[in-house]
Design a protein. Structure first.
Length: 149
């Protein structure tokens, strides 16, 4: 399973994976109208022009099973929408995607955020060196934790 840059033609598959992968986050915060679930293909196509999007495929069935987006601005790399297909979680794919981003940029600060209820995500990020630097309450049900490395 090699990590490659996604192409424009991959975007419909990535959007389908995103909607599947983010169902667990929506359940955690009891909100099924979170942006990853409501994002349109047109919005993702716009992100494609502003971000690097990586993908990882299952070689056996040519199915995209993981993806992440990121961009660099003002000496910071902003990481967004890390996702792994539910059937492939806990196999190191998320870690591999995050570590691949670091090969694109040297001596930069990496930033991401997740829900304070996403304990599994927080443990993953801490395990590879991310530390919390800010919290932001979005609503009664949702607090975001911002982490950097």
């Amino acid at each position: 399973m090699d990590i490659k840059k996604a192409t424009f033609d991959d975007l419909p598959k990535i959007l389908s994976l995103q909607k599947l992968a983010y169902l667990s986050e929506a359940k955690l915060v009891n909100n099924y109208s979170i942006q990853p679930l409501t994002q349109t293909l047109e919005e993702l196509e716009k992100e494609f022009t502003q971000n690097i999007i990586l993908k990882i495929e299952d070689d056996k069935n040519n199915k995209i099973i993981g993806s992440v987006r990121f961009y660099e601005k003002d000496n910071r790399v902003y990481v967004g929408k890390l996702m792994v297909h539910p059937d492939y979680q806990n196999k190191g794919i998320g870690t591999k995607l995050l570590k691949t981003i670091e090969t694109y940029y040297k001596d930069k600060t990496f930033e991401l955020f997740t829900s304070s209820k996403s304990e599994k995500n927080i443990r993953l990020y801490e395990k590879i060196g991310y530390k919390e630097f800010k919290r932001e309450k979005v609503s009664e049900e949702l607090e975001l934790i911002f982490m950097e490395k």
